[in-house]
Design a protein around this ligand. Structure first.
Ligand code: 13P
Ligand code: SF4
Length: 351
């Protein structure tokens, strides 16, 4: 991408401040961040990789370039005395906002009252308060990389699982485990179907949330159009896409899986073109990285407006205000222990 003098100045200043803070500072960034931010990041990863790397970080200050729930998870896994910063606190995840802790708690209490043991499994894209509720009800967290392992684990802990907030990841994962559609029930929070026969029978109860980017901007007909323009070429998507999209694709998996498939295809040289259905900043980076070796095509120009709120300018402002605590993420101490329980259950099951 073209760079202006001004963005060049911001970049130089960020690098200067990084040098000045030295070992006291580590910058983490999710793959969906823009190139202007990624170029300053020390550790790039998907949400699972980034969570796994936190405990090994010794720096006093961790600046997290991603969305709010990721920075909250970093706070949970950080050492005492370490501080976590997010360059824009408005950078929240639209899907995470679809499950409020008080609603999750109310639903779990109602489900428990029916006498069945329903274990909650929360996608990591959820607030710390939701993770705390899940932890208190004996549940765990999962990411798109380990949703299958964690759903198997959760099914083994009780009679049914409440999967939240992403109904698509829940359904797509259920398919890989052979859980039939008839064994699943989608919650209707407004209509209140908690006491319905369908919910009472279900092994998998799905929260009605989704990622607006993957759910609404990536459509089955786009996959068909790609296949007819590029016969024999593969379409790979993130499992936050609808099952109708996943059905027509040649593979679905986490951010880490999508990156590995692109790297593998470029290294093997057997495929000329690969279509990737996930957030556009990542796909664009892969397009540029492998240009000339592999034609990487985005399924849709779908970027995450929340991830985009973290800009190089805001990263610079955070670094300039580090000592005053500008952009620091503070989490409710009372929620830390139960939320950590739910995260640790995932990390222990997915070593
Ligand atoms: P990963 O868990 O693959 O990093 O994805 C996070 C996310 O927000 C996907 O939209
Ligand atoms: Fe949330 Fe979707 Fe953005 Fe991922 S892409 S952070 S799930 S809104």
């Amino acid at each position: 991408m073209e760079r202006t003098c001004e963005t060049g100045g911001v970049a130089a200043r960020i690098e200067e401040l990084k040098k000045r803070h030295g070992g006291d500072l580590v910058i983490l960034g999710h793959h969906y961040q823009s190139d202007d931010v990624i170029r300053h990041v020390d550790i790039v990863g998907d949400s699972l990789e980034l969570a796994r790397r936190i405990p090994e970080i010794e720096a006093r200050n961790i600046v997290f370039c991603g969305v709010y729930f990721m920075a909250e998870s970093a706070c949970l896994l950080a050492r005492p005395g370490q501080k976590v910063f997010l360059p824009d606190h408005e950078a929240d995840c639209a899907m995470a906002r679809m499950a409020r802790a008080e609603d999750v708690e109310r639903v779990l209490e109602r489900l428990a009252a029916s006498g069945r043991k329903v274990v909650p499994l929360a996608y990591v894209n959820s607030s710390l308060a939701v993770k705390a509720v899940v932890g208190r009800f004996g549940g765990a967290v999962c990411t798109s990389s380990n949703a299958k392992v964690m759903l198997e684990w959760a099914l083994g802990q009780g009679e049914a699982v409440l999967f939240l907030p992403d109904r698509n990841l829940g359904r797509n994962t259920a398919r890989t485990l052979g859980i039939a559609a008839g064994e699943q029930a989608l919650l209707d929070l407004a209509g209140d179907n908690l006491d319905s026969e369908e919910v009472r029978r279900a092994r998998l109860i799905l929260w009605p949330g989704c990622c607006p980017i993957h759910d609404r901007l990536m459509k089955p007909e786009m996959v068909d159009a790609f296949h007819s323009h590029f016969p024999g070429c593969r379409v790979l998507v993130h499992p936050e896409c609808t099952p109708e999209v996943v059905d027509r694709c040649d593979g679905a998996g986490s951010t880490a899986y999508l990156i590995k498939e692109v790297e593998k295809a470029a290294a093997e040289g057997k495929e000329s073109t690969l279509c990737i259905g996930t957030e556009f900043h990542l796909v664009h980076r892969l397009m540029e990285k492998f240009a000339g070796r592999l034609n990487v095509i985005p399924l849709a120009q779908a970027s995450c407006a929340d991830m985009e709120k973290v800009t190089a300018e805001r990263l610079l402002a955070t670094l300039e205000g580090l000592e005053e605590g500008r952009g620091e993420v503070l989490v409710d101490e009372a929620l830390k222990a139960p939320a950590r329980d739910s995260l640790v259950r995932m990390l222990e099951n997915c070593r």
